[in-house]
Design a binder for this molecule. Sequence first.
Ligand code: TRP
Length: 434
Amino acid sequence: MSTTRFLTGITTTGTPHLGNFVGSIRPSVAASLTPGVQSFYFLADYHALIKCEDPVRIQRSTLEIAASWLAAGLNPEKVTFYRQSDIPEIPELTWLLTCVTGKGVLNRAHAYKASVDKNVAAERDADDGVTAGLFMYPVLMGADILMFKAHKVPVGRDQIQHIEMARDMAASFNHLYGEHFVLPEAAIDDHVATLPGLDGRKMSKSYDNTIPLFSSREQLKKLIGGILTDSRAPGEPKEVEGSALFQIYQAFATEAETAALRQQYADGIAWGDAKQVLLERVDQVIAPMRAQYEELINNPARIETTLLAGAERARALATPFIRELRSAVGLRSLVQAGAATKAAKAAKVALPSFKQYREADGKFYFKFVAADGRLLLQSTGFDAPKDAGQAIAQLQKDGHALQALAPRLAPVDGVAQADVEAALQALAEAAAAA
Ligand code: TRP
């Protein structure tokens, strides 16, 4: 069975909340257990520097996010789980991609444009307070994805544009330097809920309306107590639509439990009682993970070891791949220049070619090989190099020469006449275009 590679990153600027759990951690951990799936999950700490200039917070967030994912059941034996900044090949690839990315494309990236629009609206300089890091962010993200040849990238809708950009970078690079990158696709799961926060808007750190995933039960009780409700009194029927409390419950409960609470709403459950129901249900899911989380967070050395082991596995792929990419663009040893130039030409133009050579029997031969190196034609021996050259010239000029030259060609196993003709034609077209 062929495997599909999933990859996603989590920016290390905050403390995981219930919205992250429902929208990302829980589905990702579940997806990593699917047969035929290979998962790469990483802590995007280079990305964190774009938004956060507080070193302590970045370190703390990295610890909390790693502990949360592990406590939620991520198996680091099964998933390649690593910290982005442990992979120096990532910033190196970022530069290679930077050089094939149009500046105009980055001008149109949503995150950058939002900052510019805000400045313009406030009549400030368009780039006021905008770092080059924010501007370059899609390229760093492209490197994250392309480095590990991910097929699918599970992200929120706000990130789709970045995946499309990564795809374009891959295509540009492949076009210039040969097929090196897999073209990734965004994987959007329409079934996962977007959780409302305490104020009913989407739960998000930027709205300051979150419930931390690993609050103590006391804290959890207090926060749930603060969820916005309407002013209907006990006994009055209540609406489930637009009820943040109900939506959060639904994300943690079974269908039957959800139906039961819906009925209680209709029967006029008091908000205080509904909040108690929610507390118990959320705590039932969180409590076993909370114990794990506490243990992990109090043992940072263990998490560090886990992440370094993940980085080692990731680098086993990244190190040879960046070597290949460096060579493809021409960053390579001078000693190998000749051989490498030929390889690069073959990769760049991706054309079939004729090769002329002399054998030990003193005769002169040629072969015709496909762009991928597959042998298409093999000549018999010519007495003079000129004769071999003439035969090649004839084939290059006219595909029909194949018939005329048949007596001078040795059979090649498993090659169809049509393949040879197609390859000759591709060569002729390239020559005409040059
Ligand atoms: N930018 C993503 C976010 O803010 C996080 C991220 C960084 C990411 N690199 C990635 C996601 C690569 C998927 C793939 O959510």
